[in-house]
Unconditional design. Sequence first.
Length: 338
Amino acid sequence: MRNSRSMCVGLFSAALLLQGSSTYKVQARYPVPGTGGWDYVTLDSSTRRLYISHATQVDVLDADTGKLVGTIPDTPGVHGIAIASAFKHGFTSNGRENKVSMFDPATLQLIKKIDVGKGPDGIYYDPGSKRVFTNNHGTHDISALDAATGEVVGTVKAEGDGEQAILGADGLIYVNSENTAEVVVFDPKSLEVKKRFPIGVAQTPTGLAYDAKTNRLFIGCRKEPKMVVMDAATGKVITSFPIGAGVDFAGFDPKARLIFFSCGDGNLNIFHEKSADVYEDAGALKTQPSAKTMAFDPKTGKIFLPAAEYQETPASDPSKRPQRSVKPGTFVVLVVGK
């Protein structure tokens, strides 16, 4: 009788969890002008500004209304945006010119451009070292910049193509190495690589989220699409779950203990962390094909995902593939919430 009761309680709890996750929905769509491609989206929660990489510029929106605040021009092949609020500086990784644009977040005016490694992609700020880092895919390393001056202060020999990164409770930075299928751990002050954790159960890691309380990494992998849970101290893989195709970013809500993965196939996969080593699939929200990157807002619990519709134009040479481009008037930021 006791066992039956425990089973009923467990099933009831699971039902409540799934019911709670299913309340997520697309609440709004913020239109963004232009037809260029995009990559990362960054939220500055303190100023309520949303920075969206957009081909050769960064569009800045009011996170609460969707109103276009302004644009940061001349960022060729921009991938990401990092904000160093303490120094009132912002930075963009301009992949096609191997430079970083340093700008004033208040005015969006360019301060200067900085040469970094080849093909800068992911970019992020570490308050502890007061440095900004760019993951360079062309040179397979990571450039470190002084957030106050914008000067390059050194290079991390990552020996891989870094994607999303997180700051660990130990003060080290953990970054997914997309081409080597591992998590590279480095010291942001000494710039030394301290650990390399092979993922093993899946390849092409892109999205990375983290729970400082349990010291667990949540890794989104594209090849054999999976969410992988890893112990950040030892690199041990705890468990894994299937996710949608084309994952590119991850987020974690420490209040709800939910993990999110945005996938290019139009799925936002959601998982619940019951404890450090126990997880359950809380379902997937259908967003929109191409909604592969996201920004989680810790203030409102909302998620922002850029997306667009595509159109194909036949190539002049019949033997070549059609050209794919963003359909005019379809670029938006999806706002997901409860």
